[in-house]
Design a protein around this ligand. Structure first.
Ligand code: NAD
Length: 459
C-alpha cells in the first residue's frame, strides 16, 4: 500500500501522476551494501575480458531500449524527446567506453635498485552514486559505468522526482547478464537513503552530483570514514562575447546555451558578458533568437524547451524574476505543467542574486564589460567554476582568457562542455574531482605499490 514516504513521479508537462515508487529505508541500504560487497568480490575475480563483454552487453541492451528509455525520461523529467534520446545514447556510449578500459586498466613498473617495483590498480569495493534529477540517466551512468568497469559494485540513489529510468537501467543490466546485486538502484529520500550511503562504513566512495549545499554535507559526513568523495555541484557559467567575435554566430548560439533542458543544467551559460562597444548590437541579435525558441510539449519532435521539473523549482525560478524586470522574454504554454518562459534580464547589477546565484531555470542575465581584464574579473566573480564559453576571433585572446577563467570546462566559439571521453568537473565550489575522460576508471581504484626483491638468499 502506498504511504506518505513513497515517491510520486509527476509528468512535469501535465502534472499527471506517472508512477508511485516505494521509497527505500536506511535498513534497505544496509542490506544492499552487504549484497553488493559479496557481488563485488566475485565480479573483481572475473577475467577482465569477461567483465568487458558483460558491460558491452549492457550497452547493447540500453541501445535496444533507447526509445523506451527516452520516452520514460520525457514523461518523468519533461525533457524534450531529442534530448532524452541523446541521454539514453550517452549511457550506451559511456558503458561501451568504460568496457574498453577494463583490459587497459594497467599499473606501472618503476625502476628501483635491488628488485622490481610495480603498481596495481585495485577496485575500491562498493561505490554509492547519488544522482540529481536534471540529467537522471547520463549522470547516473557517469559514476556507474567506470566504477563497474574498474571492478566495483554500485548502489545508485536517483533523485526523488526521477527514479524511473534508473530502475529500468538496473533491469536492463540483469537482462544483459550482469551479476545480481552488482548494480542496485535504491530510490528514496536524500536525507534517508543518500545519507545512509554516505554514512555507511561499507561504502568506499560516494559520487555525488547535486547542489553545493548538500555536496558540502556529503563531504563533511563522508570524512568520518575518510570516504573517497567526488562532488559535481552547481554552476553559474559565463558566456563571454568579445567585440571581435562573429556576433551573428554568438547571438544565434546563446539562447540554447542556457535554455537547453529548461536551464536545469549545471553548465548553463546564464551570465552573458558582452563587450560594451557591441552590447546594443548583440542584444538586437539576441532578442529574436530568444523569442523564437519553441517551448511546449516535450514529446513533440520540434520542441526545443520543455517545462521545469516541479512546482518547487518553478517557484524558485519565479522568485528570481520580478514580473516587470526589463528584459527579453519568450513564450511558454499556459495551464497545467511547470512552465516558465525563456528570459534574459538586461538591467541587473553584476552582484544581484540573479547574476551570481544558480537559478536552475531558463533565466540569463546580460552584463557589459570594458576590456579583457574586466571580462575575466566578471567571469570569475562567483563562487562557482564549472563551465564557460569565450567568443572571439583572436586566437591569443582565446588562450589567454581560457587560462585566466577559473573553471573546469571551457569552450571557444562553441558551448559544448560534456563528452564522455574528455574530463569533466568543477573548480572552486563547483566540485571536487573529475569524471569521464581517459582517467575515469582510475578514479575508482586504489593504487597499491609492490616491491619484489631480486636479491638472492644470503650466502
Ligand atoms: P540536490 O542536492 O537537492 O539533490 C541531489 C541528490 O542528493 C538527490 O538524489 C537527493 O535526493 C540527494 N540528497 C539530498 N539530501 C541528501 C543528503 N542529506 N544526503 C545525501 N544525499 C542527499 O540537487 P538537485 O536539486 O537534485 O540537483 C540540482 C543541482 O545539481 C544543481 O545545483 C546543479 O547544478 C547540480 N548539478 C551538477 C552537475 C555537475 O556535474 N556539476 C550536474 C547536474 C546537476
Amino acid at each position: 500500500m502506498p504511504n506518505e514516504f513513497d515517491l510520486q513521479v509527476l509528468n512535469p508537462a501535465t502534472e499527471e501522476v506517472v508512477a508511485t515508487v516505494p521509497a527505500a529505508t536506511a535498513a534497505d541500504v544496509d542490506a544492499a551494501v552487504g549484497r553488493a560487497a559479496r557481488a563485488q568480490s566475485r565480479w573483481a575475480a572475473l577475467p577482465p575480458g569477461d567483465r568487458a563483454r558483460l558491460l558491452r552487453r549492457f550497452a547493447a541492451a540500453v541501445d535496444d531500449h533507447l526509445e523506451e528509455l527516452a520516452r520514460l525520461e520525457v514523461r518523468e523529467a519533461g525533457h524534450t524527446v531529442g534530448n532524452a534520446r541523446w541521454e539514453a545514447g550517452n549511457v550506451r556510449d559511456l558503458l561501451d567506453y568504460a568496457a574498453g578500459g577494463v583490459e587497459r586498466l594497467t599499473g606501472r613498473q618503476i625502476p628501483v635498485p635491488g628488485g622490481l617495483d610495480i603498481t596495481i590498480l585495485e577496485p575500491l569495493g562498493v561505490v554509492g552514486v547519488i544522482a540529481p534529477w536534471n540529467f537522471p540517466m547520463p549522470i547516473a551512468a557517469w559514476g556507474t559505468a567506470p566504477a563497474l568497469a574498474a571492478g566495483n559494485a554500485v548502489i545508485l540513489k536517483p533523485a526523488e522526482t526521477t527514479p524511473l529510468t534508473a530502475l529500468r537501467l538496473a533491469e536492463l543490466a540483469l537482462v544483459a547478464g550482469l551479476p545480481e546485486d552488482l548494480f542496485q538502484v535504491l530510490p528514496g529520500h536524500g536525507p534517508v537513503v543518500g545519507n545512509a550511503l554516505v554514512e555507511h562504513p561499507g561504502v568506499a566512495k560516494i559520487v555525488f552530483t547535486g547542489s553545493t549545499a548538500v555536496g558540502t554535507q556529503v563531504l563533511a559526513k563522508g570524512s568520518a570514514h575518510l570516504k573517497r568523495v567526488t562532488l559535481e555541484l552547481g554552476g553559474k557559467s559565463p558566456n563571454i562575447v568579445f567585440a571581435d567575435a562573429d556576433l551573428d554566430a554568438a547571438a544565434a548560439a546563446a539562447p540554447m546555451s542556457f535554455l537547453d533542458n529548461s536551464g536545469q543544467d549545471c553548465c548553463a551559460r546564464t551570465r552573458i558578458l558582452v563587450q560594451r562597444s557591441v552590447f546594443d548590437r548583440f542584444l538586437g541579435l539576441l532578442a529574436p533568437a530568444v523569442e523564437s525558441v519553441r517551448v511546449g510539449d516535450p514529446a513533440d519532435e520540434s520542441t526545443q524547451m520543455g517545462p521545469l521539473i516541479s512546482r518547487a523549482q518553478l517557484d524558485k525560478v519565479r522568485s528570481y524574476v520580478a514580473a516587470d524586470a526589463p528584459g527579453i522574454r519568450g513564450k511558454a504554454p499556459e495551464g497545467p505543467g511547470f512552465w516558465f518562459p525563456p528570459t534574459v534580464l538586461t538591467e541587473v547589477g553584476p552582484h544581484a542574486p540573479v547574476a551570481v546565484e544558480e537559478v536552475f531555470g531558463p533565466v540569463a542575465v546580460v552584463l557589459p564589460f570594458e576590456d579583457e581584464a574586466d571580462a575575466i574579473r566578471l567571469a570569475n566573480g562567483t563562487v562557482y567554476g564549472l563551465s564557460g564559453s569565450i567568443w572571439t576571433r583572436d586566437v591569443g585572446r582565446a588562450l589567454r582568457v581560457s587560462q585566466a577563467v577559473r573553471a573546469g570546462n571551457l569552450s571557444v566559439n562553441s558551448h559544448s562542455s560534456v563528452r564522455y571521453w574528455t574530463p569533466f568537473g568543477g573548480f572552486k565550489q563547483s566540485g571536487i574531482g573529475r569524471e569521464l575522460g581517459p582517467d575515469a576508471l582510475t578514479a575508482f581504484t586504489e593504487t597499491k605499490n609492490v616491491f619484489i626483491s631480486t636479491e638472492g638468499p644470503a650466502q
